[in-house]
Design a binder for this molecule. Structure first.
Ligand code: HEC
Ligand code: HEC
Length: 196
């Protein structure tokens, strides 16, 4: 096997990921259950995060998680806090982790959802056609993540990082989709998605 590569939409970043084959660092051969426990320390035991700015993984499309873990393992999407947990992942681990998290039911976080912002967010999402990629249910598909029931603080953080080009390894399709949004628009979109 060649090593998993980021697939679809060949951007500059995609190409970089394709060129670097899995670096098979000092593989630890941890059993899957232990891996899942490690991830759960930050992302929540049931895949629903209770930590500020840490995304929930429950119900994410398998393909999205595979792509992101490959990008992280290769250091293309750089998340310092996660490096020790991803740099020795084997392809089989990535496939199994993605399958595991995709199978868990997503749950809304404890953050308060503001109904006025939800309505405003629905209008902005319609105008910006978020559903054309993330689906009308916002459940995500293929390499497009689930937004429904995601943490509000994480979504605001993520949207701002696309806007300011500070998400490493970001897909430019998403940068284009959020171009010109104000802080108020971003908050509304995050509340809307969390409410779905
Ligand atoms: C020390 C805390 C920590 C641990 C442990 C951890 N993560 Fe993360 N993870 C994060 C943070 C923080 C982010 C978001 C960072 C950002 O976007 O800047 C993240 C992002 C992700 C993302 C991207 C999700 C998205 O919606 O964009 C995936 C997938 C992921 N982690 C999977 C895992 C898996 C699988 C494990 C276990 C092998 C793991 N993480 C272990 C903190 C952690
Ligand atoms: C052309 C397709 C497309 C459209 C339209 C689009 N997105 Fe995305 N979105 C993506 C892709 C692809 C990703 C994964 C990007 C990556 O790998 O960096 C993404 C990622 C995201 C993320 C990061 C989530 C996470 O878990 O890390 C958020 C939040 C998001 N989109 C919100 C939105 C909102 C809100 C809209 C409408 C304003 C929107 N998207 C419109 C394709 C799209």
């Amino acid at each position: 096997m060649n090593g998993l590569k980021r697939q679809w939409r060949p951007s500059a970043v995609g190409l970089a990921a394709v060129l670097i084959l899995s670096s098979a660092a000092v593989a630890q051969n941890l059993p899957l259950t232990e891996r899942i426990q490690q991830c759960g320390g930050c992302h929540g035991e049931d895949g629903n995060s209770q930590i500020e700015k840490v995304p929930s993984l429950a119900g994410q499309p398998e393909f999205f998680t595979i792509n992101q873990l490959v990008l992280m393992r290769e250091g293309v999407r750089r998340i310092e806090a996660m490096m020790p947990f991803v740099n020795d992942l084997k392809d089989e681990d990535i496939l199994a982790l993605a399958k595991h998290f995709a199978s868990l039911p997503p749950k809304r976080s404890e953050e308060a959802v503001d109904p006025a912002l939800v309505n405003r967010g629905a209008e902005i999402a319609e105008a910006r056609r978020c559903a054309s990629c993330h689906l009308p249910s916002l459940a995500g598909q293929e390499q497009m993540p689930r937004l429904a029931k995601q943490r509000i603080d994480y979504m605001i953080y993520a949207l701002k990082s696309y806007l300011t080009d500070s998400r490493t390894g970001a897909d430019t399709a998403m940068t284009a989709a959020i171009l010109g949004a104000s802080d108020a628009d971003i908050a509304a979109l995050a509340h809307y998605a969390a409410s779905r």
